[in-house]
Each structure stands twice: as C-alpha cells, then as structure tokens.
Design a protein around this ligand. Structure first.
Ligand SMILES: [Zn+2]
Ligand SMILES: [Zn+2]
Length: 106
C-alpha cells in the first residue's frame, strides 16, 4: 500500500514537471518566434529604406575598383533581385553593367 502511494505521488509529480516543462518550451518558442519576426521586419525595413535609396556599388574587374551598376538597356539604375536585375527605367529584366566602361559586372 505504501509503495503504491509512492508511485502515485511520483507519477503525479512527473506529470506536473512535464506540464511545467511544456509551458516553458511553449513560451520559449513564442518568444523566439517574436524575436525572429521583429528581426525579419527590421531587416525588411532596413533593406527598403537604406539599401533601396543607395546606389549599389560593385567591383568592376575591368576598372579595378568599385563602380556604380547600371542596366545594359538604358544605363539607368537597376533594381536588384535575387539572381536577376530589373531596369528601373523600362522595367525589363536586364544585365548589370559597369557605369564607367559599360562592360558586364558578372
Ligand atoms: Zn568598369
Ligand atoms: Zn531599360
């Protein structure tokens, strides 16, 4: 009888421990999610505000220094996307060229 009570108490305490652990993991995940969301929004705004307004510079292997990147079609600033560049003047996908020597930057 004493042994049974011991096991019941032990199982009950384990149950409580698990519940507390679950709550902690849960709130930890929520905090982590909020932090990630804030970081994501901050990075997004940073890209929009800071990088979006600055003319991107690229190293040109022909000029040998950092140069402004312009579109091949209109020689206008390019909106750079992942693996592609869009001309800000005509809106077409374009190659990125050096503003000084007009040669391909990639
Ligand atoms: Zn160049
Ligand atoms: Zn263009």
């Amino acid at each position: 009888m004493g042994e049974a009570l011991y096991w019941v108490l032990r199982l009950a305490s384990l149950q409580i421990d698990e519940d507390e652990g679950g709550d902690m993991v849960c709130s930890y995940l929520i905090i982590l999610g909020v932090i990630l969301l804030v970081l994501y929004v901050a990075l997004y705004l940073y890209n929009k505000v800071v990088v979006g307004k600055r003319v991107k510079q690229h190293p040109c292997k022909f000029c040998g220094h950092m140069v402004n990147a312009v579109s091949h079609c209109c020689a206008a600033p390019v909106e750079e996307k992942f693996m592609a560049a869009k001309c800000s003047k005509c809106g077409k996908q374009t190659r990125t060229v050096c503003a000084t020597c007009k040669r391909d930057l990639y």
